[in-house]
Design a protein around this ligand. Structure first.
Ligand code: C5P
Length: 235
C-alpha cells in the first residue's frame, strides 16, 4: 500500500532549443502513451499575451507576477487539435504571434513568474502521467523525471522547419529572418541567468537534424519502454 502511494506518476521531460520539434514530437508521444501533454512554452506565452492585452510595460515585474498568479489557463487536446484556452477564450494561434514571441523573455526571465508557473506545472503530475516540454523540465520542474530527453537539431534545420511551418499556415516568412530570430532566442535561452536551457547529465541527447518525426517519436517510445513505462490504466 505504502509503496503504491509513494510511486510518482511517470514523466517524460523533453527540453531543447526553439524549433527542435519538441511540440510536435511531445504531442505525438503523449498520444501514443495516453499521457497528458503539457506545453510549458504556452504558459510563458499566455502570461505575455495577457500582459500585452492589459497594455502595461512588460518590465513591470510586479504586474507580470499578478498576471501569472491569476492565470486562468486550460489545455485541451482533441481530434481537432491542441487548444490553449486563456480566460475561456481559444488563444492557440494568438500566443504564437511574432509580438508574443518577442516579449516572452520578460516572463521567462522573472524568477517570481517562473516559481508560479513551476508550481502549476508540478500540479499536473498529481493526477496524470505526463509528457512535458520546455527548457527547464528535466533540470528544474521534474529533476526526478523517469525519462529526460534533450532534443536538438542544427540551427539551419530548425530554421528550415519553422520556415515551412509558417508557409503552411500562409503566414509571411523570410528564411534569413526566421534563422536570425531562432538564433536570438537560442542566445536568450542559453544565457538567461535564471533557469537557462541546459542539457542535464542524465538527459539523453537526440540530434533530430536527419530524423523524421515518426522516427523521433518511436525512438522516444522505445526509451520509455526501457525505463519501465507503466501499463495503460483501466480505471
Ligand atoms: O517553447 P516556446 O518557444 O513556445 O517557448 C516560448 C518562450 O518561453 C521561449 O522563448 C522560452 O524562452 C520560454 N520558455 C521558458 N521555459 C520553458 C518553456 C519556454 O523559459 N519551460
Amino acid at each position: 500500500m505504502g509503496e503504491i502511494q509513494e510511486r510518482k506518476n511517470f514523466v517524460v521531460a523533453i527540453d531543447g532549443p526553439a524549433g527542435a520539434g519538441k511540440g510536435t514530437v511531445a504531442r505525438q508521444v503523449a498520444r501514443k502513451l495516453t499521457f497528458l501533454y503539457v506545453d510549458t512554452g504556452a504558459m510563458y506565452r499566455a502570461v505575455t499575451l495577457k500582459a500585452l492585452s492589459l497594455g502595461f510595460d512588460l518590465s513591470d515585474e510586479n504586474r507580470l507576477i499578478a498576471v501569472a498568479r491569476n492565470l486562468r489557463l486550460d489545455f485541451r487536446d482533441s481530434s481537432d487539435g491542441y487548444q490553449v484556452m486563456l480566460d475561456g477564450k481559444d488563444v492557440t494561434r494568438e500566443i504564437r504571434s511574432e509580438q508574443v514571441s518577442r516579449y516572452t523573455c520578460y516572463a521567462a526571465s522573472s524568477l517570481s513568474v517562473r516559481r508560479i508557473l513551476w508550481e502549476l506545472q508540478r500540479c499536473f503530475r498529481e493526477r496524470h502521467h505526463l509528457v512535458m516540454e520546455g527548457r527547464d523540465i528535466g533540470s528544474i520542474v521534474f529533476p526526478d523525471a523517469q525519462v529526460k530527453i534533450y532534443l536538438d537539431a542544427s540551427l539551419e534545420e530548425r530554421a528550415r522547419r519553422r520556415f515551412l511551418q509558417l508557409q503552411e499556415q500562409h503566414l509571411p516568412a523570410d528564411f534569413t529572418q526566421v534563422r536570425q530570430e531562432i538564433a536570438a532566442r537560442d542566445k536568450a535561452d542559453f544565457e538567461r541567468p535564471i533557469a537557462p536551457l541546459v542539457k542535464v547529465p542524465d538527459a539523453v541527447y537526440l540530434d533530430t537534424t536527419k530524423m523524421s518525426i515518426p522516427e523521433v517519436v518511436n525512438w522516444i517510445f522505445r526509451l520509455c519502454l526501457e525505463r519501465g513505462l507503466p501499463l495503460p490504466q483501466i480505471d
